[in-house]
Design a protein around this ligand. Sequence first.
Ligand code: ADP
Ligand code: 5GP
Length: 204
Amino acid sequence: MIVFIISAPSGSGKSTLVTRLLRDVPSLTFSVSYTTRKPRGAERDGENYFYICREEFEERLRRDEFLEWAEVFGNYYGTHRSVLDQAREQGADVVLDIDVQGAAQLKRRIPEAVSVFILPPSRQVLETRLRARGEDADEVIHRRLRDAAREISNYRAYDYVLINEDLEESVRALEAVVRAERIRRSRMEPRIGPVLETFEAGKE
Ligand code: ADP
Ligand code: 5GP
């Protein structure tokens, strides 16, 4: 099972890209995180997040239920430990949409995890996309733009960097990362043996 970590400043197009990735590539599951923030727009409990209150989150923290967690924009977010077991049981790879702090924690625990950082083409484009999304007040947009500058400075901790300019091109690039990582030699070993065996049989 491969763990794919995807991080990006808010408004870069991460949700759009991850949705397309999960639709287009087989055997990929999305890690549904726990959060204390309220659902937005069409979000659904158990699909986008599990929405819980701060007390419950803190209780789960005390019970050490999270693989990683962070406080982002004043809310808690965390990945439940069961996520990886569930993906493994399904025989799927898993995609985690988590912030830079969570990504660093997870990379320490799972060094072979593959990480992708998504960047908007420029600050100006990011601002336009945040406004076009029409979900945030002016003041929130300004805070997100300030935070973006700080988050972007962490790109060096990631294996891949994707500049989300043309959406279709970005979808293809992200899919290419997943498909290429799946055929890394180190991950192919279990499937190479049976192929080699057929050749050894032919020698006799
Ligand atoms: P994030 O999940 O990173 O906060 P979203 O996926 O919600 O961002 O995207 C922010 C806005 O930008 C949305 O309105 C989305 O439709 C739009 N968007 C995403 N990718 C592109 C792109 N490559 N070109 C133009 N608009 C985009
Ligand atoms: P949003 O509220 O816009 O859905 O997410 C805000 C930020 O929290 C995003 O950067 C997102 O990647 C991050 N996030 C979502 N779930 C988790 C999680 O389980 N752990 C961590 N560390 N960050 C998360």
